[in-house]
Design a protein around this ligand. Structure first.
Ligand code: HEC
Ligand code: HEC
Ligand code: HEC
Ligand code: HEC
Ligand code: HEC
Length: 274
């Protein structure tokens, strides 16, 4: 600590009144790091403003998106309102306040993940070291999204008939997609033939699913386990090779609806033997 820091530390702990000063007047670097994250602008993103407006500007939304009445999450929403010295935060309990409420199961699913058993926590994956201790990253970073899962193709024989197996193994420390209802992950498998022509196509959607009565159903991929999807007789209709793609989408709607922000997490290809 420099003498300047030491002095302000003394002032802060002896006269809590100094803590009324905005955090960024002393923690400028931390503020700069955090201000660049999606959390800091959680009540200002286009998607939020639109969805919030359509829902009649429900104040309950702000209890997570802007609990302190600003444009997003701020320092005290995690660190608390108390004065210095602040207690060390426990992770993931601090995050559970917003990431584990109804419809948010990120923290709960994390606790049963392989990552948690290996002593990795939210910060191990979600803080980009080059952006500093408060540089939280997530699904809004395409490079980060591409680490979310592995995709493998294999063919097995079942009484002389070929069965194609596509195995998805999430590398998230929670369900994939993590978080709320809107996000979805799609597996697209295409049978390809001569002339680069598509012979057949099958798609699967993972994510939260809204039922006929408006109720939400969890159809996300379980952490680490994921899913094995099967296609019978992949060689039909003159198919020579298989192309598979795992895609992350921000829009909840059908696959045909364009999503300019969608990202390919992983791709796989295999030639069929006859
Ligand atoms: C999303 C939750 C969250 C928000 C918001 C947040 N912090 Fe933190 N902060 C943490 C966690 C987690 C740690 C590490 C654990 C600990 O030391 O308590 C931490 C640690 C710190 C530390 C100790 C040194 C360091 O960098 O590890 C300081 C200082 C700090 N935060 C200041 C701030 C300031 C100032 C803001 C607002 C600009 C802020 N924090 C916003 C979660 C948060
Ligand atoms: C007058 C300057 C000043 C203000 C204002 C200030 N801090 Fe600090 N803070 C410090 C100093 C100095 C330290 C100790 C050195 C360090 O860790 O950077 C510190 C340390 C911390 C730590 C590490 C844990 C601890 O208590 O030692 C956290 C967390 C923290 N501050 C959060 C905040 C938050 C949140 C706010 C706004 C509500 C805030 N600070 C406002 C100067 C300030
Ligand atoms: C006060 C509520 C609140 C707390 C506490 C909180 N978050 Fe968040 N977090 C949010 C909201 C709201 C979003 C959505 C932001 C958006 O995309 O607009 C979010 C988004 C995120 C994202 C996605 C960022 C991206 O770029 O996609 C990550 C990662 C994240 N939080 C991690 C954490 C971690 C780790 C903690 C605990 C240290 C934590 N959060 C604590 C409310 C909170
Ligand atoms: C092993 C690495 C890992 C760990 C541990 C981990 N995550 Fe994630 N997380 C990811 C990856 C990769 C993604 C991107 C794919 C996705 O959105 O599901 C992600 C996505 C997210 C999202 C974004 C959801 C969205 O759609 O914007 C949030 C929020 C989040 N994680 C919060 C957390 C919290 C809170 C914890 C701790 C309880 C945590 N994560 C632990 C890797 C991890
Ligand atoms: C319990 C906390 C909580 C509440 C309450 C909440 N959200 Fe969220 N919201 C989150 C978190 C955390 C994320 C980050 C992504 C994820 O985990 O799915 C998020 C993400 C979002 C996103 C996508 C991110 C973005 O900004 O583009 C939208 C839109 C959104 N919420 C709208 C709403 C609306 C509208 C309401 C009220 C009807 C609401 N939320 C209530 C926690 C909450």
């Amino acid at each position: 600590m420099t003498w300047r820091l030491a002095l302000s530390w003394l002032l802060l702990t002896s006269f809590p009144l100094f803590a009324a000063e905005p955090c960024e007047s002393c923690h400028l670097e931390t503020h700069r790091q955090f201000a660049a994250t999606a959390m800091a602008k959680a009540a200002r993103s286009d998607d939020f403003i639109q969805e919030w407006g359509q829902g009649g500007r429900n104040p309950a939304c702000l209890s997570c998106h802007a609990p302190s009445g600003t444009e997003g999450v701020v320092c005290v929403d995690c660190h608390g309102l108390g004065p210095h010295p602040y207690p060390r935060l426990s992770v993931p309990e601090t995050c559970a306040r917003c990431h584990d409420a109804p419809g948010e199961s990120t923290v709960r699913r994390h606790k049963t993940s392989l990552a948690a058993r290996r002593n990795l926590n939210c910060l191990s994956c979600h803080v980009k070291p080059s952006a500093g201790s408060h540089g939280f990253i997530g699904a809004t970073d395409p490079a980060f999204l591409r680490t979310a899962a592995l995709l493998h193709l294999a063919v097995r024989n079942d009484l002389g008939k070929q069965i194609l197996v596509a195995a998805i193994r999430p590398r998230t420390g929670h369900a994939l997609p993590g978080g709320t209802t809107g996000r979805s992950v799609w597996l697209v498998i295409k049978g390809m033939g001569r002339g680069n022509a598509e012979r057949w196509r099958e798609t699967w959607r993972f994510g939260w699913w809204q039922g006929p009565k408006g109720e939400w159903e969890d159809a996300t991929l379980a952490p680490d386990i994921g899913a094995n999807l099967e296609v019978a007789e992949p060689g039909r209709q003159g198919t020579d090779w298989i192309e598979a793609e795992l895609i992350f989408r921000f829009r909840p709607g059908p696959f045909e609806e364009p999503d300019p922000r969608q990202v390919t997490i992983s791709k796989a290809q295999m030639t069929l033997r006859r």
